[in-house]
Design a protein around this ligand. Structure first.
Ligand code: PDD
Length: 277
């Protein structure tokens, strides 16, 4: 059963628990994480929590709980939900205070939901997805997993309205990442992805894929690439907690490689499944 948590209490998913003057609601003043549970076990939870504390520090937000306390809380909530395969979303905001841009001195507010994982339909996975390239209109601190997602949701909506699964964001002539995913190309057997910087989120699935590529001795390079290189790639794929490893078979209406999920993508996906199942 899906469940929700707000500042110490388990609540009903649709209980109106967020006060009007909550800063996540009024300013998007907070950070978040998404952790997936497979067969009741969290995948790379420590890495997700480390990223959460990095995000919080970057916005000068005191979470008010130690990493191990938060871990225990998340494990308890996931267990209580009884869900085997679940997505846990956690938001930490700068709490409740009369509206003012200046930071209040008040405890962080923590909300968590645990819901059944959204599995992608098998035919989507088999066929791969389409993407559209759009300008990256976000700020300079995309390594922070901030609740301010307006440019991301506008790009994703635009992609959806063009019949695509994802918007691939381009900044200064280079591919950064998707609106909620990291992007990879495969050329001549080499996997290439955008290097980590303040312009992209350090994806946990990206890290999992990097480790898998190393184990399989598949060459893995972190080097910027252009839209043209993406269109000329043998394979393209994206990664995220919710999409895992997903083949991209067309971009801006142009077919990529054979137009089907390629062998390197499939191998990485299969090995990813071995890690989580
Ligand atoms: N999105 N880039 C962006 C901008 C993201 O929002 C995400 C995650 C990723 C992939 O990160 P990870 O592999 O750690 O999930 C990359 C999550 C899933 C979300 O917003 O729901």
């Amino acid at each position: 059963m899906a469940l929700a948590y707000f500042n110490g209490n388990i609540v009903d998913m649709d209980d109106p628990v967020i006060p009007i003057e909550e800063r996540g609601h009024q300013f998007g003043d907070g950070v978040y994480e998404v952790i997936r549970f497979y067969q009741g076990k969290p995948f790379m939870m420590r890495e997700h929590l480390e990223r959460l504390y990095t995000s919080a520090k970057a916005i000068r937000l005191e979470i008010g709980k130690q990493q191990n306390e938060l871990e225990t809380l998340m494990l308890e909530l996931a267990a209580k939900s009884g869900l085997e395969n679940a997505d846990l979303y956690m938001q930490a905001t700068r709490g409740v205070a009369p509206r003012n841009h200046l930071f209040p001195k008040c405890p962080a507010s923590i909300s968590i939901t645990v819901k059944p994982s959204r599995e992608l339909p098998q035919d989507v996975r088999k066929q791969g997805v389409q993407v559209v390239l759009l300008p990256d209109e976000r700020w300079q601190n995309c390594y922070i997993k901030s609740l301010n997602l307006l440019p991301n949701i506008l790009a994703k909506q635009e992609a959806f309205e063009q019949g695509c699964f994802e918007a691939v964001l381009v900044r200064d002539g280079f591919i950064m990442e998707g609106s909620s995913t990291n992007m990879f190309i495969v050329k001549d057997g080499k996997v290439q992805t955008t290097p980590l910087s303040n312009y992209i989120l350090a994806g946990i699935t990206r890290l999992a894929v990097k480790r898998i590529a190393e184990e399989l001795q598949v060459p893995f390079v972190e080097k910027p690439f252009t839209p043209e290189e993406l269109l000329q790639a043998d394979e393209v794929f994206l990664t995220s907690t919710t999409s895992e490893v997903l083949a991209v078979t067309s971009a801006d209406g142009r077919q990529i490689g054979s137009g089907c999920p390629g062998p390197v993508t499939r191998k990485l996906y299969e090995h990813f499944q071995l890690k989580v199942k």
